[in-house]
Design a protein around this ligand. Structure first.
Ligand code: GDP
Ligand code: MN
Length: 428
């Protein structure tokens, strides 16, 4: 689960990590007032307007703007709330912006070598070493992926102690390697240690500050101030029950709608790009089903731009779980068929705890309830069903008896037969 930057800033603040104050607004009318509040405490009078969407790359896309007066603030907020944000991290059609952050802009110190004092700091789990690690770089800001790719030596990685977290000596070493000096060192250490603590306490999978900046020296801070001006968090969904306060931060309008709907019915659903919808019980069987569709689908799709035939591929991963109800199966069909790319459906069920007759009844109900765009009911797309296991005879009989209301139904005798049949039906 992800949260917005304005929420991430509040979370950092609650762990005593310095962040410039700001306010989230949802309407252009509030831009003026929010600007005044932010400008008041700002030494330079500068304010930053930032689109709140669950994707990065906003700076380059023009969705982070520094403004100096109310007119500029209103214009920037108005641009962001009426245009879709497109970056390499968004879908091609971009994301709608419904929230905007208006915050005090932090002045950023310049580096003697050119550029500005922007750093990268993150805690995540490193699967290779099976530890949580701190990742840090002097080359923070907007191109960290490029830095990691082209100059891996510019990325510092330090494992966290499994029990003690980020220890002082480790944090101090990283602070020095990042180039912090004098009174900047304890500030940077405090931020790293707090971020590591936050990561563990809130069951994060990623806690990232990018950029962490150094401000120019002033009277209060003769060595400048180290602070966070952008942050991204992901939380382990399996840990959310321990953190109702985090769960409450979810913005469901930012999630894939079909995936959110599936989640409410206890279904594991991931949307993909192919044409064949899959309804399967068990994650392993779902993977195997996707594999076999891919195997049989090679070169069976329509001709691509280069004149060569494309592949027919799965349109989704869907695991209805071990004990899905008729209702959940009906919902699963409805979710699969709401994807306009779906040109055929393969149902692959191995009844263990799950009973095949429950699935069969779910299919029959779903066909009855499914509404096509032209207003008619029933399934229009080819449907191949392979059932095996508990109550399989009862399940097959139910489907046989309902043949009139399932005109596109074919039975698959086994996995290979079912995959070959659904690919052939879609390739027609
Ligand atoms: P992202 O592009 O979506 O990651 O958005 P960021 O919040 O990281 O902003 C991108 C860049 O805009 C930063 O790397 C900074 O260079 C600049 N920026 C953002 N906020 C501020 C600010 O408060 N003050 C200054 N001086 N620059 C900022
Ligand atoms: Mn950023």
């Amino acid at each position: 689960m992800k949260i917005h930057e304005y929420q991430a800033r509040e979370l950092l603040h609650s762990f005593k990590i310095p962040v410039p104050p700001g306010r989230m607004i949802e309407s252009i009318q509030h831009a003026g007032e929010a600007f005044r509040a932010a400008a008041e405490g700002s030494a330079t009078g500068e304010v930053v307007i930032k689109a709140q969407v669950h994707a990065g790359g906003r700076g380059k896309a023009g969705f982070v703007k520094i403004v100096k007066n109310i007119d500029e603030a209103t214009a920037a907020a108005s641009f962001m709330l009426t245009n879709r944000m497109k970056s390499p991290q968004t879908p091609p059609e971009g994301l709608e912006v419904k929230k905007v952050l208006v915050a005090q802009a932090a002045p950023i110190a310049k580096r003697g070598t050119g550029g500005s004092e922007e750093f990268y700091l993150a805690i995540t789990t490193d699967r290779k070493t099976r530890r949580n690690i701190l990742i840090a770089s002097r080359e923070g800001g907007v191109e960290i992926e490029t830095v990691a790719h082209e100059r891996p030596d510019a990325i510092i990685k330090v494992p966290l102690h499994p029990l003690l977290g980020l220890q002082d000596f480790a944090a101090r070493e990283v602070a020095f390697r990042l180039g912090f000096r004098g009174r900047q060192v304890p500030q940077a250490m405090h931020i790293m240690k707090s971020l590591a603590k936050l990561f563990i306490e809130k069951d994060c999978t990623l806690a990232e500050i990018n950029p962490l900046v150094l401000t120019p020296p002033d009277e209060q801070h003769p060595d400048g101030q180290v602070m966070a001006i952008d942050a991204k968090f992901s939380f382990d969904e399996n840990g959310l029950f321990r953190h109702p306060e985090v769960e409450g931060l979810a913005d469901h309008s930012e999630e894939n709608q079909a995936e959110a709907r599936a989640h409410r019915f206890g279904l594991s659903y991931i949307a993909l790009d192919g044409q064949i919808g899959c309804l399967v019980n068990g994650a392993g069987l779902a993977m195997a089903t996707m594999d076999i569709i891919k195997l049989h689908g090679v070169g069976k799709g329509p001709k691509g731009a280069d004149g060569k035939p494309t592949d027919i591929e799965p349109a989704n991963f869907l695991d209805v779980g071990g004990s899905a109800t008729e209702e959940a199966v009906t919902e699963a069909f409805s979710i699969i068929l709401s994807d306009p790319r779906v040109k055929g459906v393969m149902v692959n069920i191995f009844g263990g705890i799950m009973k095949c007759d429950v699935i069969a009844q779910g299919i029959i109900n779903a066909a009855k309830n499914h509404r096509n765009p032209d207003g008619s009911t029933g399934f229009k797309v080819p449907l191949v069903v392979r059932l095996e296991g508990t109550n399989v005879d009862a399940g097959r009989k139910l489907l046989q008896d309902a043949k009139a209301s399932l005109p596109t139904l074919q039975a698959g005798s086994d996995l290979t037969d079912a995959a070959a049949k659904v690919v052939a039906a879609v390739a027609k």
